[in-house]
Design a protein around this ligand. Structure first.
Ligand code: SF4
Length: 183
């Protein structure tokens, strides 16, 4: 199936979810969040066309990856193609994270989105909100975004945030000084 990507697969990312991951950068996003760091991925006529078969065979050749991350753009604007990639990733033992500007609650009402979510382990949801921007929320850009355990959330039909990502990290200016060190 055809899919439009913003760039080739990006293996070895350590910032797009837990572990070492390969990012699938999809092209196209209608959310147009103010302050988006990836405006070049908004245009649905941009990027380049490829196929899910090609992407899946590239995934087969990768080594040392914990999983894939569907990002963009917004992968939920190409749900069928992303479903084929996510399904294949799971079949070859990779876990799947997905970023979207939609909320989990909105996706629950959409059949194609639900098909994709069946193969997603973790969803980072919601638009980027500039006034909620924080550098102290892991794997997110703004405080409103949630890191959701998808299998549990589908079971309970409500968004269940992974506990360790519930709060903002507390950052202090304290400098660590080892004790009992005499110079
Ligand atoms: S959803 Fe993501 S890619 Fe789309 S505009 Fe918002 S921040 Fe940018």
């Amino acid at each position: 199936m055809e899919i439009t990507l913003a760039s080739p697969l990006q293996p070895d990312s350590i910032v797009d979810g837990e572990g070492i991951r390969t990012v699938v950068w999809t092209q196209g996003c209608k959310h147009h969040c103010k302050g988006c760091h990836n405006e070049c991925t908004w245009d649905f006529n941009g990027g380049f066309k490829t196929t899910t078969e090609k992407i899946n065979s590239e995934l087969d050749k990768l080594t040392g990856q914990q999983g894939i991350t569907l990002s963009g753009g917004d992968p939920l604007f190409q749900p069928e193609a992303c479903t084929l990639i996510a399904k294949h990733a799971k079949e070859i033992g990779l876990d799947v994270w997905c970023y979207t500007g939609f909320t989990f609650e909105a996706l629950l009402k959409n059949e194609k989105a639900l098909d994709l979510l069946k193969y997603v382990d973790v969803l980072v949801d919601g638009p980027f909100i500039l006034k909620e921007k924080s550098y102290n929320v892991d794997f997110r850009g703004s405080r409103n975004q949630r890191v959701i355990d998808v299998p549990k959330s589908l079971e309970e039909k409500r968004a269940i945030v992974i506990p360790k990502y519930k709060d903002e990290r507390i950052v202090t200016n304290k400098i660590y000084r080892p004790q009992n060190v005499y110079i």
